[in-house]
Design a protein. Structure first.
Length: 416
């Protein structure tokens, strides 16, 4: 959609809080107001310009964008908080909006809230209330300004975590003194696949057919190799704006598949950041008219699946002599392979076949620089005698609260 940009008339209509008469507002007086707004950096370029009435394909005139970009800070202290939680499937993200009387900096300043759990598969109709506890806040890249995204977890009215609330258990593990003193770091590689809306077939793939075999697509460039880069890149910037600890992105082996990495993040933060990043991705793909799937094997056959490799280290693994600690951790992980696999995502058996850079789901293996193992240790870690390990088993649809919590439990708290 072509946009004609011109200085906005919006600014001339702005009134400071409490002001009644627009006419008493001289051009000289707007200047500090404009500068003040610019300093805040909220959706800067779009707020200063207005999009002329655009003719859309069905002949209607689109002026909604002006309102979406409207900066309300000169008129009110109130902000919009988007409360986000995980729904009944354990993988769907839900959210609703609420006005908060003034900007906040910490989740403890926010009220608890509730929703109808019978509509998300999380409560029976006759006792449907689920309570949202605000746990982490991020800046809202869609609304800008002081508006926020709030990652919540979910409780019964009596204060018990509901079954899909995996954060509560993880927070318990991460507050254990032994775990706290080991400062566990997680670097999560979230892979995902983009689908064409109506046909549910990967982006860039011919409908009813297949692209050429894998090879040229991984980290590729060009219209015949890279499909959906704008979504990956828009998401990257949205994450940085929001305050998510995103560390990189890349195009994946299967065309239409992408990855972003979050971390290293300490303890429970890894889960909060991955969930917020997933929410942003759902919103961006919604805007782009593309469907996001976290299915671990979206296309059967000679096509890579989608994982969520979890890189992990403790303080003692990162210090001299750490490789011995890593080997001990790997030993513990080998003994609890079954428990881990059952917590690493639905449908992972379709992905962990022993082919396409995976290890078989039924056996545990580890190796240095080997991408066909359950656990990979990098060359660098071996050479330095300290560092981190990569658990390659988690599926793209894993719950990061479950996986990070279990890794810490098995390697720090659990004894064979
Ligand atoms: P790969 O080579 O497997 O594709 P990536 O570069 O995609 O690896 O991801 C590696 C992740 O590991 C990054 O998110 C990075 O921040 C994280 N990481 C680096 N060092 C550590 C560490 N010591 N402990 C945990 N995670 C780490
Ligand atoms: Mn990676
Ligand atoms: Mn990858
Ligand atoms: Mn990896």
């Amino acid at each position: 959609m072509a946009q004609i940009l011109a200085p906005s008339a919006q600014w001339q209509m702005r009134l400071p809080k409490g002001s009644i008469e627009a006419s008493s507002f001289t051009p000289k007086m707007w200047k500090p107001l404009v500068l003040k707004q610019n300093k805040k950096g909220a959706i800067r370029s779009s707020a200063k310009f207005r999009v002329f009435a655009l003719q859309s394909s069905d002949g209607t005139i689109n002026r909604v964008e002006q309102l979406l970009n409207l900066d309300v800070t000169p008129y009110t202290d109130k902000i919009i908080a988007e409360y986000i939680w995980i729904g009944g499937t354990g993988i769907d993200v839900r959210s609703k909006s609420r006005t908060i009387s003034k900007p906040v900096e910490h989740p403890s300043e926010l009220p608890k809230w509730n929703y109808d759990g019978s509509s998300t598969g999380q409560a029976p109709g006759e006792d449907s209330e689920v309570i949202l506890y605000p746990q982490a806040i991020f800046k809202d890249p869609f609304r800008g300004g002081n508006n926020i995204l709030v990652i919540c977890d979910t409780y019964t009215p009596a204060g018990e975590p509901i079954p899909t609330n995996k954060r509560a258990r993880a927070a318990e593990i991460f507050s254990h003194t032994k775990v706290v003193s080991e400062v566990p770091w997680f670097g999560i590689e979230q892979e995902y696949t983009l689908l064409q809306t109506n046909v549910k077939w990967p982006l860039g793939w011919p409908v009813g057919g297949y692209p050429g075999p894998q090879g040229p697509y991984y980290c590729g460039a060009g219209a015949d190799k890279s499909f959906g880069r704008d979504i990956s890149d828009a998401h990257y910037k949205a994450c940085l704006y929001a305050g998510i600890n995103i560390s990189g992105t890349n195009g994946e082996v299967m065309p239409g598949q992408w990855e972003f990495q979050v971390g290293p993040s300490v303890g429970i933060e890894a889960g909060d950041h991955i969930w917020c990043a997933r929410y942003l991705l759902e919103r961006i793909t919604e805007q782009a008219g593309v469907v996001l799937t976290l299915d671990p094997k979206p296309i059967e056959g000679d096509w890579n699946g989608a994982g969520c490799h979890t890189n992990y280290s403790t303080k003692s693994m990162r210090e001299d002599g750490g490789f011995e600690v890593i080997k001990k951790a790997i030993h513990n992980l080998s003994l609890r392979h079954k428990e881990h696999i059952s917590a690493y995502g639905e449908g992972n058996e379709r992905r962990l076949t022993g082919k396409h850079e995976t290890a078989s789901i039924d056996s545990f293996s580890w190796g240095v620089a080997n991408r066909g193992c359950s656990i990979r240790v990098g060359r660098e870690t071996e050479k330095n005698g300290k560092g981190y390990l990569e658990d390659r088993r988690p599926a793209s649809n894993m719950d990061p609260y479950v996986v990070t919590g279990l890794l810490a439990e098995t390697t720090i708290l659990w004894e064979p």
